[in-house]
Write a protein that binds this ligand. Structure first.
Ligand code: FES
Ligand code: FES
Length: 210
């Protein structure tokens, strides 16, 4: 199914490598519609429920001040995806199990599905859309994904990339075992762990050379 959607989405003139590069810069993934909208109805379809009143707050996301109306019980993942349009952050389990929703808070990886948006005021939120330089140069971890073509469906990719960025900040020269341990909060439904680890080893190398 995913293969069919990929084939139809790619312009014949676009190389696989360039297509993947675009996907990685934005954290996009195909075949994930079921996941993208999971839970949205439950959160936004009850305007009269307690806590449903929205309050205007200011968040710092990817270096920008973003004003947004949020509900008391709204999670950061919901705000990022459905109010700020930052759909590179994925929603898988929506209950702190898979890591697909990982973002950086003050440089440290966190599950955005399990953090209330209200609680991150005054903190620096970074999503996968904020990793590349302004001129479009990919972050060394993103570049490693391009170089190694390290994911299958790539639904888990954003979370792994953000976790790796945070992990390598504290341990720039990890062993493969340390890397595996550091990324153990992220799951891959395609079970492509060996390739992902190889990719992230290359990411560490890219980071050291950057
Ligand atoms: S969606 Fe947040 S941990 Fe799975
Ligand atoms: S590559 Fe498909 S979920 Fe990880």
């Amino acid at each position: 199914m995913a293969d069919i959607e990929i084939t139809e989405a790619i312009d014949p003139g676009v190389s696989r490598r360039n297509f993947i590069k675009g996907v990685i810069a934005a954290g996009a993934a195909v075949g994930s519609a079921n996941y993208m909208f999971r839970g949205v109805g439950a959160l936004f379809a009850q305007p009269t429920s307690p806590g449903a009143v929205e309050r205007l707050i200011t968040l710092t996301v990817n270096g920008q001040q973003r004003r947004v109306d949020v509900m008391k019980q709204e999670t950061l993942a919901m705000t990022l995806r459905y109010k700020l349009g930052l759909t590179g952050t994925k929603l898988g389990c929506d209950r702190s199990e898979c890591g697909a929703c990982t973002v950086l808070l003050d440089g440290v990886p966190h599950y955005s599905c399990s953090i209330l948006t209200q609680s991150v005021r005054g903190r620096e939120v970074k999503t996968i859309e904020g990793l590349a330089a302004e001129d479009g140069t990919l972050h060394p971890v993103q570049q490693a994904v391009v170089d190694e073509q390290g994911f299958q469906c790539a639904f888990c990719m954003s979370g792994f990339v953000m976790s790796t960025v945070g992990f390598l900040e504290g341990n720039p020269n990890p062993t493969r075992a340390e890397l595996a341990h550091g990324l153990s909060g992220n799951l891959c439904r395609c079970a492509d762990y060996d390739k992902i680890l190889t990719t992230m080893e290359r990411a560490a190398e890219n980071m050291r050379q950057a």
